[in-house]
Design a protein around this ligand. Structure first.
Ligand code: PNS
Length: 169
């Protein structure tokens, strides 16, 4: 029987309950899931790559067959390295599809890697890492949007940032 490995890529700055739901559902479709935490793609991340990886790893520790690693090159190279035949991505709506569709087609063009889009569950469709960072930045509660431990890491990173780069009046 074929052993199917899928990759779930993203920035995960920070991991949210939406990502967790996606990976849980992906792990029901594949024998192994590799979460690929993208680093160095020009995004100015709040959390360090190691923090993003470790917070995700803590959140999926209870899921058998799921592991988390950093990615800094082409997604298709990581797929080859780990033996994955598919990418699984969550889609919240049309904007996500517009963003993901060209990447999916390019990955198929380059290496025959198929992308499977899973519609976000209604319970988490409003959650994005960008919104989580924004809500936290202005002092709002994010504890029920992210896995345990993430809120503290986000608050600490934001506090460190505010002390180094305070906006001039
Ligand atoms: O959805 P995100 O968080 O913006 O995605 C970030 C990430 C890392 C998943 C995306 O930038 C990516 O897949 N980068 C890998 C670079 C690559 O393979 N590019 C060529 C084909 S798209």
């Amino acid at each position: 029987m074929t052993h199917r490995i899928a990759v779930c890529p993203g920035s995960f700055d920070p991991v949210t309950l939406g990502h967790l739901d996606l990976v849980r559902r992906a792990s029901a479709l594949a024998d192994e899931v590799v979460v690929a935490v993208g680093t160095g793609y020009g995004k100015n991340a709040l959390l360090t790559p190691a923090q993003r990886r470790d917070l995700f790893a803590d959140a999926v520790a209870h899921l058998p067959g799921v592991r988390v690693q950093l990615m800094s090159g082409l997604l298709i190279d990581l797929c080859r390295e780990v033996g994955a035949t598919a990418v699984i991505k969550g889609i919240r709506g049309g904007a996500d599809y517009d963003h993901e569709q060209p990447m999916a087609l390019m990955n198929r063009h380059l290496a025959g890697i198929e992308t499977v889009f899973l519609p976000a569950d209604a319970s988490v469709v409003h959650i994005s890492s960008t919104m989580v960072r924004d809500v936290a930045r202005y002092g709002g509660p994010i504890g029920d949007l992210v896995p345990p431990g993430v809120e503290e890491a986000v608050r600490a990173a934001l506090a460190a940032r505010t002390t180094t780069r305070r906006e001039q009046p």
